[in-house]
Design a protein around this ligand. Sequence first.
Ligand SMILES: NC(=O)c1ccc[n+]([C@@H]2O[C@H](COP(=O)([O-])OP(=O)(O)OC[C@H]3O[C@@H](n4cnc5c(N)ncnc54)[C@H](O)[C@@H]3O)[C@@H](O)[C@H]2O)c1
Length: 253
Amino acid sequence: MGSGRIVGKTALVTGGASGIGAAIAAELGCEGASVFVTDLNEAAGTAVAADLTGGRFLRHDVTNEEDWREVIAAVEGSHDGLDILVNNAGVMPALKTIEETDYDEWRRVMAVNMDGVFLGVKHGIGAMKARGGAIVNISSIMGLVGEAVVGAYSASKGGVRLFTKSAAVECANLGYPIRINSVHPGYIDGGMFGAMADTFGVEGLRERFAGKTPMRRLGKPEEIAKGVLFLVSDDPSFSTGSELVLDGGYTAR
Ligand SMILES: NC(=O)c1ccc[n+]([C@@H]2O[C@H](COP(=O)([O-])OP(=O)(O)OC[C@H]3O[C@@H](n4cnc5c(N)ncnc54)[C@H](O)[C@@H]3O)[C@@H](O)[C@H]2O)c1
């Protein structure tokens, strides 16, 4: 059992069916929150929610505004309201140069990684502005530093970083008691990076990226979940518009 820092809170985690999102849902559930796990992947999402006390799965496409309305209405219909929103759903396209990248692929990455976060923050603010709450947007080290062959992904994650700051300042200016922060994971052994490593040469890829990381290892989804827990708890009560980098020192060089 956890420390119960968020007992009685209601949380929504998008993309919670696998990887980092599943670890965040488990961490928030363990700490006492009622967690709504949402995703396109119904089978995996249902399984994640079933492992949580009071967990519930909702099918949800983060690029669809009507889905957002329905999900928020479902949360408000069965609980007092939404306290915690983690915009975690994301996609990583195949590694390609900018010249090789189709415009449709660029748009798909922007739709999930950027538009999905915009819609989440928009509807999250609506749900939280009277009662207060905390929003965490999952960006990446790719939203902080440039890397080749991930142009669309980097642009989307850089967008999430600055959109988070803009939304945080706006909420503070409007007097809404909502804190909004971004989290920037490094290379994590799980989720989309784990899937890529398994597809393209397994240990070689893991070792290469661990070698690029000063701590000489990949991170674990649970290590990102602990950072998210900190941001959505009441402990960092003066923190909004900030970025929590959890990358084994990757961006410190
Ligand atoms: N794994 C890493 O190394 C790493 C590093 C930095 C940042 N991130 C970020 O962490 C987040 C989680 O990634 P992960 O590694 O766990 O990957 P993942 O692929 O395991 O999880 C992403 C989840 O998002 C869901 N999803 C995709 N499109 C969706 C949509 N339109 N609507 C709803 N759900 C959708 C997928 O079904 C999946 O369950 C992403 O935002 C990713 O960019 C991951």
